[in-house]
Design a protein. Structure first.
Length: 456
């Protein structure tokens, strides 16, 4: 076979190029979805990076209008450095205490939020059912410093040894008093040495008929039928409500009964607290102290903004709970509000980053600026600042010092809300004069035995 000449070879190449140009174009290869989503070519012809799709975090809260607005501003601060994140706040209104019922419905219906605002007596049940994500791995992986928080705040986020949230705030219970009413009655202010006896004498001196119509219209104390008040009296007297493992009711212990008897006698025997129906237009003891119907009441530090914003100004402060004359000790509860993450969240890492910000010193300082000094900031440095301590002119050092004798309330177990319902009802009958304290505690222990057993 003869060799092809150079001229013939060039001619063949030219023909092949011409045929190739006339042939139809081949079908393009389908690119991968990730690549397709990442690049766009605008009219100018230069490819640009398509913005990444935003990560949406859905979070439930149960807040008043003012707090919700402040939370929005706090979120805006976070989003300045997290442009790829979108946060949807779902404010539960009318969904049961602390939004519990509505949240349970959302979870059961497959509409669980990624982040949940929870509290003592609520999160334990969710953790027990596996609805909350344990955060210990996040903490260990990052070496996250939990020591910036109060120890009580961290402990309040644990259930059976695991951490299920970061603390939003904590609250103990202290005594609030109206200085003007004390001055008018010539009664000395509460002191660190006050006992129950001193407390009762002051309350009696402050209970009187102001307008001379023969009816009492000012009382020394506003009694609340709620565990976060009466439990402090029980512990101060050396008694207990439940066993440490929350398996046994101890309300029938003589020391417990003695403390409860004194507490409810303030209304039923000594009549230093408004009887049921005496102030129908005022819903609870918080209203009573704001309107100067009572001179003293037990509340958390979250009540300070209400005292600052009251319509009629009067001088006030906070004081230590009085000591039991039998033991010389005092007691108080400490509740924890926390941010938890749903165990099935698809954006758990982003949710973790969000709650770290919300509980950081920077965010807590901004929160205090926006909303005032409400509950105790979980960040020690913020709560120890002058802005928090002396909010409204109050002696905040007493609030922080009271943490030393405050303990987790007897509602930190799976179905505590059932126990609360039982003792609220039975002690309510004591207030109504329909049964004694001894009868009430006996019935309570009988009724909550199966509740405690089912929570284990």
């Amino acid at each position: 076979m003869r060799a092809i000449s150079r001229r013939v070879l060039l001619s063949l190449l030219v023909v092949m190029l011409v045929l190739s140009a006339c042939a139809p174009a081949a079908a393009p290869t389908q690119p991968a979805k990730a690549t397709e989503a990442a690049t766009q070519v605008p009219a100018g012809g230069q490819p640009t990076q398509k913005p990444a799709e935003k990560v949406k975090i859905r979070a439930t809260v149960w807040l008043g209008e003012q707090e919700l607005e402040a939370l929005g501003k706090l979120t805006d601060e976070y989003l300045k450095t997290h442009e790829n994140v979108e946060v949807e706040w779902i404010n539960i209104v009318g969904g049961g205490p602390y939004g519990r019922d509505k949240l349970q419905t959302m979870i059961a219906g497959g509409d669980a939020p990624d982040v949940m605002m929870l509290n003592t007596g609520q999160f334990e049940g969710l953790a027990a059912r596996g609805a909350l994500l344990a955060l210990d791995d996040f903490v260990q992986k990052e070496g996250f410093d939990l020591s910036i928080y109060w120890p009580q705040a961290v402990d309040g986020c644990r259930y059976k040894g695991k951490l299920y949230g970061l603390p939003r705030d904590i609250s103990n219970v202290i005594l609030y008093y109206n200085k003007d009413m004390f001055d008018e009655a010539g009664v000395a202010y509460p002191t660190e040495d006050w006992t129950w006896d001193d407390f009762l004498k002051a309350a009696q001196a402050l209970t009187k008929d102001r307008d001379g119509d023969g009816k009492i219209d000012q009382w020394g104390f506003g009694l609340l039928n709620i565990v976060w008040v009466w439990a402090g009296f029980v512990w101060a007297n050396g008694g207990e409500v439940l066993s440490p493992d929350r398996t046994e009711c101890l309300l029938t212990d003589p020391k417990t009964v003695e403390a409860l008897q004194f507490y409810y006698d303030l209304q039923t025997k000594y009549e230093v607290s408004p009887p049921p129906g005496a102030l129908p237009e005022q819903a609870w003891a918080g209203d009573w102290i704001l309107t100067e119907a009572v001179a003293m009441g037990f509340f958390g530090p979250w009540w300070r903004p209400a005292m600052v914003a009251k319509e009629r100004p009067f001088k006030w402060d906070v004081a230590y709970p009085p000591k039991s004359p039998s033991t010389g000790k005092r007691g108080s509860v400490v509740y924890t509000d926390m941010w938890g993450i749903y165990s099935g969240s698809r954006v758990a890492e982003q949710a973790w980053d969000l709650i770290k910000f919300l509980t950081s010193q920077k965010a807590q300082e901004l929160w205090t600026e926006l909303i005032g000094a409400r509950s105790i900031s979980p960040v020690k440095a913020v709560a120890q600042s002058d802005a928090w301590l002396h909010y409204g002119g109050s002696t905040g050092e007493i609030i922080l010092d009271s943490l030393s004798f405050s303990q987790a309330p007897p509602v930190n177990f799976g179905n505590a809300n059932e126990a609360e319902t039982i003792w609220d009802q039975e002690f309510g009958l004591v207030i109504a004069g329909e049964q004694t304290v001894q009868q009430a505690v006996t019935k309570i222990c009988e009724q909550i035995a199966p509740v405690l057993a089912s929570s284990q």
